[in-house]
Design a protein around this ligand. Sequence first.
Ligand SMILES: C[S@@+](CC[C@H](N)C(=O)[O-])C[C@H]1O[C@@H](n2cnc3c(N)ncnc32)[C@H](O)[C@@H]1O
Length: 218
Amino acid sequence: MHTPTSPHQIWDNLQQGSTALDEQDPEVLCFIEHMRQKYPPGSRVLDAGCGRGRYASVWQALGFTVHGCDLSLAAIQLAQVHSHLRSLAIRYEVADLRHLPYEKQSFRFALCTRVLPYHFKADMLSSLHELWRVLEPDGWLYLDLLDRYDSEYGMGQEVEPMTFLDTAGMPTHFSSGSEIKAALRGFAIERMQRLEQAGESHTRAIWTIWARKITTKR
Ligand SMILES: C[S@@+](CC[C@H](N)C(=O)[O-])C[C@H]1O[C@@H](n2cnc3c(N)ncnc32)[C@H](O)[C@@H]1O
């Protein structure tokens, strides 16, 4: 009998086998640097879907208080090893973005990069609600999503509008600008760009978004 693979197993498999931290994206570094100039050291940051911690360590080195959470135990263990080797005081937890284990208004910043496209739309929306909940009023979210002009659009089986399932059972959702604006209820979108990044095998088309929490009810 074929047993469906759960999302954390898929991510565990992807995260295992590589111990290197990937290159950092200039867009994300620009957000972090902007916030460093604007806010005092010590402000609390959540790296949501932190993977092996390639950005958690950047925030921490700049003096922020950092939590990283991820669905994948393998990713969290690798992040903890990197953090331990470099004597970084980052708190890493296994957690699902759809049900974050933090009190409301716990963080000034949330970074969620290369995570939400790999969800069904309803799960993406639940995760955004959770990110909104755990941010302080006026707190900032950095988010990226895939645009339909990405060259992987249409690969796999379309299981709901703009969401495609690959053979491992991983969904990839592509977002339109209007969908993003509707999904970010309770936030002011301070910056939203559509970028194309040509890689060896395909062209990534991504939205990068900086959003500020503006309401305490949603
Ligand atoms: C492509 S990796 C990106 C990791 C990291 N944000 C980075 O940029 O290096 C996607 C990560 O999101 C995590 N993830 C996927 N769905 C998640 C969820 N619902 N809750 C928490 N983490 C999730 C995966 O386990 C994986 O580590």
